[in-house]
Design a protein around this ligand. Structure first.
Ligand code: ASP
Length: 356
């Protein structure tokens, strides 16, 4: 083994070396300081439960949605107020929405063309910009927790299908029978879309037959997402979905794609998207919000608006986005009729909304 020849540096040489080392140490510590934000008392949480052609809801149904979003916000508030992390808040909030049959995530996920539920989810934290995701999973009860496990327990970012399920099982996550996710309303939605599709394919263009894309958009909503800022100044974002009704061939949407459906970076913002995923992938939508702030100096709301209307919307895509910056400013933008959404700040007053 190599040993340094003794006495190679004379005294001035040693002093010079020490000076250089001190300089490097000083530089490193300033860089670390710049990255670690001073703890503040500020925190905030924004959630969504999907965007789309939301209309004709019964008052009971509307109330059920608002109540569930309120419950999720209160849970997230309790975590953040107690000094918990944005990552914990995002995961806990999304788990509540996944467990509810009201939303297209976890239980209540929409059906694929061949009558299955295939779930996608992702999570990202803004300090170290670590991320995890699962796609096309069929037996993991809470895909958002699996996404977090991928982030924290593997060197990978996205795991898919059987591999993701095997990993979740090995990690001790709750595994359920595929029938757990089935909700009649979603099943009927698949039947309805397939009926319309059949009519369309048979050349019958009368009545209520519409292009496939419109059918998709008319009927699907309910993906869930959350963005949070904690008292330590750290941002996090997560998204979970069953995707789009009647999707085929192992289709993966934007929700598990970092930079498309989910993004978080402490220097700018945390973002979760919902809508016609293909458009959000093609525009790197979630990342776009962040770079519009970083490179163009837009506010989080201006950036979210620009992305939905002039990027996704310009290509013909429909959907919505929630975003939160590192000061706790929020954005909730959509170009659809409605978006299930809500927020809560350190005053503890939750606001939940559906329509414009
Ligand atoms: N963005 C989701 C997807 O394309 C669907 C949604 O948000 O409703 O899979």
């Amino acid at each position: 083994s190599y040993t340094h020849p003794p006495g190679k540096l004379n005294l001035p040489g040693k002093l010079l070396l020490m000076k250089k080392l001190i300089c490097i140490m000083l530089l490193c510590s300033t860089a670390v300081q710049a990255q670690t934000q001073a703890p503040t008392d500020n925190f905030a949480l924004v959630i969504h439960g999907g965007a789309g052609k939301i209309e004709k809801m019964s008052p009971e149904r509307e109330k059920a949605h608002l109540d569930k979003m309120n419950e999720a916000l209160q849970k997230g508030y309790a975590i953040l107020n107690a000094g918990g992390t944005s990552l914990d808040a995002v995961e806990a909030v999304i788990r509540i929405l996944e467990d509810s049959p009201l939303f297209n995530a976890g239980k209540g996920a929409v059906f694929t063309n061949d009558g299955k539920n295939e779930l996608d989810a992702s999570i990202m934290e803004g300090k170290g910009m670590n991320a995890g995701a699962v796609a096309g999973v069929r037996t993991i009860k809470n895909p958002i927790t699996a996404a977090r496990k991928v982030m924290e327990g593997t060197p990978h970012v996205i795991l898919t299908g059987r591999g993701a399920e095997q990993f979740a099982r090995q990690s001790g996550l709750e595994i359920v029978d595929t029938s757990y996710f089935r909700v009649e309303e979603q099943w009927n939605q698949l039947l309805e879309i397939q009926k319309q599709e059949k009519l369309k394919n048979s050349g019958d263009t009368t009545g209520s037959v519409k292009p496939l894309d419109t059918i998709f958009l008319d009927m699907k909503f309910g993906t869930v997402g959350a963005t949070a800022l904690d008292k330590h100044g750290n941002l996090a974002a997560g998204t979970s979905t069953g995707g789009m009704t009647n999707k085929r061939f192992g289709r993966v949407g934007d929700s598990p794609i970092i930079g498309a459906g989910t993004y978080a970076k402490n220097a700018t913002c945390a973002v979760s998207c919902t809508g016609h995923g293909e458009y959000f992938i093609r525009t790197s939508a979630a990342h776009e919000v962040s770079v519009l702030m970083e490179y163009k100096g837009l506010t989080v709301n201006e950036a979210a608006k620009e992305m939905i209307f002039n990027k996704v919307g310009a290509l013909g895509g429909e959907g919505g986005v929630i975003a939160l910056d590192n000061k706790g400013n929020i954005a909730m933008q959509f170009n659809t009729l409605g978006m299930f959404r809500g927020y809560i700040g350190k005053d503890g007053k939750a606001k939940v909304m559906i329509y414009k």
